[in-house]
Design a protein around this ligand. Structure first.
Ligand code: SF4
Length: 91
């Protein structure tokens, strides 16, 4: 999940808690850049789609298949324990 995606999720949570969110400012400390992220109905649907995919994955209906290099620096690697074959990770 990218930083931008996490930020959209935070705005979604604020929306769920009755806070009127229209946009947010995301500050990247390493590059000192500020990015404006708009919150719209489309963003809300995007976040709900990701949540639905996560629920399907929890039920075992979706498998993760991706480049194994993504897994090597992942903090969940020891818990996830993906099978790695030929540079591809299956979780
Ligand atoms: S180790 Fe698991 S959680 Fe981490 S990137 Fe790989 S598949 Fe995703």
């Amino acid at each position: 999940m990218t930083t931008n995606s996490k930020f959209k999720y935070y705005m979604y949570l604020m929306d769920l808690n009755g806070i009127n969110v229209k946009e947010g400012l995301l500050y990247y400390t390493s590059s000192h850049k500020v990015v404006k992220v708009r919150y719209s109905y489309a963003v809300k649907r995007e976040v709900e789609g990701v949540i639905e995919k996560a629920r399907e994955a929890m039920k075992g209906e979706v498998r993760v298949v991706q480049k194994a290099s993504k897994c090597f620096n992942c903090g969940f690697y020891t818990y996830c324990r993906p099978k790695i074959k030929g540079g591809i990770a299956f979780a």
